[in-house]
Ligand binder design. Structure first.
Ligand SMILES: Nc1ncnc2c1ncn2[C@@H]1O[C@H](COP(=O)(O)OP(=O)(O)O)[C@@H](O)[C@H]1O
Ligand SMILES: [Mg+2]
Length: 341
């Protein structure tokens, strides 16, 4: 029997870098940000945690998107898996927070350093009723800083900022940020090679690069293109990428979102897209907006209100002082090509 194909392109360097930061630096928490489907979960589970285990850590992986209604359940699921090799006492009828506390106690009693990966952690900021979980986590992590290392990952810059900006969440604010690099040629060559093992067909790397750009360098979508090409036949990956995009178009949802926006918000979004997200409050920007709206002058306040609404609804995120970015790059493209018509 032949070994199953392995499509995972290792991010060994990044994993080493993270572990070095934990080991050498005084860093006890890191935040890994990247938009959805860029490979955060795969990195954590296939690169980082295995390396941490090799280095003598005990590891726990919690994904808050596993049980969106109940972060407590997400924690219990993740921690229970982590403690599977340890002996768990009878939990009885204890409430969930108590169960979580017990699971942590068990992990800490083990004595090894604990690497806790909290995936899609910004989810905790989406509902007030999740606040007790945030406090509970802080109450567990804070006093055990010498034994616990935490990797937070998140898909929404806005969401992470919201969570980390909590006055009482000192735990998060002390965390340093690292970025998940976008894949380059190495990944394309690796994937083309596995594709070749799977099909016997050889892909042109420049065509792969073109297809990768078509799907905005999102690995999830590139993998979708590869799967489509496997059944489609041939080697025209750039052509199939276009087909893939057409098949997976968000056309309808984008139209609905766009139509629901106030005229002012639409203009602000367009301005952000066109001008790289800076200078939205400048005199030039405001006179441009005023002109579009048929007004003589425009204060900063209504612009600020529009920005706040767009942030609240997850359309844009603040990436630096006075700089904004659209959360969904496909929606940005859609607005440029369709929304203006
Ligand atoms: N290192 C990798 N090598 C190959 N494919 C990857 C890699 N990372 C991600 N992918 C592809 O992208 C998909 C989405 O990755 P995932 O880790 O779930 O993204 P995220 O957690 O950022 O939303 C995976 O299912 C896989 O097909
Ligand atoms: Mg994920």
């Amino acid at each position: 029997m032949t070994a199953p194909l392995n499509w995972h392109f290792p991010r060994a360097e990044l994993a080493e870098k993270v572990m070095d930061r934990f080991k050498i630096g005084a860093t006890t928490a890191l935040t890994l940000f990247a938009p959805r489907r860029m490979g955060k979960t795969e990195f954590v589970n296939k690169d980082l945690l295995p390396l941490a285990e090799e280095q003598g850590y005990i590891t726990a992986y919690v994904n808050f998107w596993d049980r969106k209604q109940s972060p407590a359940d997400s924690l219990i699921v993740g921690l229970t898996k982590a403690t599977a090799s340890l002996t768990l006492e009878d939990k009885g009828e204890a409430d969930k927070l108590e169960v979580i506390q017990q699971l942590f106690d068990l992990l800490l009693k083990d004595g090894r350093q604990l690497l806790l990966a909290l995936d899609e952690v910004q989810h905790l900021a989406t509902d007030k009723k999740f606040e007790p979980i945030v406090y509970a986590l802080r109450g567990i992590i804070d006093p055990n800083r010498d034994q616990i290392r935490v990797l937070y990952t998140g898909s929404s810059r806005g969401g992470l900022r919201k969570l980390f900006a909590r006055r009482n969440a000192a735990l998060f604010s002390s965390s340093q940020q690292i970025d998940l690099p976008t894949f380059g040629r190495g990944y394309l060559e690796f994937t083309a090679d596995v594709f070749n093992q799977a099909t016997g067909r050889a892909l042109n790397i420049n065509e792969c690069a073109k297809a990768f750009r078509t799907v905005k360098k999102v690995p999830y979508d590139f993998r979708g293109v590869i799967d489509m090409l496997i059944t489609h036949g041939g080697t025209d990956i750039a052509g199939v990428a276009e087909l893939y995009l057409a098949d997976n178009s968000q056309e309808d949802t984008y139209r609905v979102s766009w139509d629901s926006l106030k005229p002012m918000d639409k203009l602000v979004l367009q301005y952000i897209i066109m001008r790289g997200g800076v200078g939205i409050y400048t005199v030039e920007a405001r006179s441009h907006l005023a002109e579009q709206l048929g007004l003589d002058v425009l204060d900063t306040a209504p612009v600020q209100n529009a920005v706040n609404r767009l942030r609240r609804d997850g359309h844009i995120a603040s990436v630096a002082q006075g700089q904004y970015e659209m959360e969904d790059p496909y929606f940005a493209d859609w607005i440029v090509t369709v929304g203006t018509q």
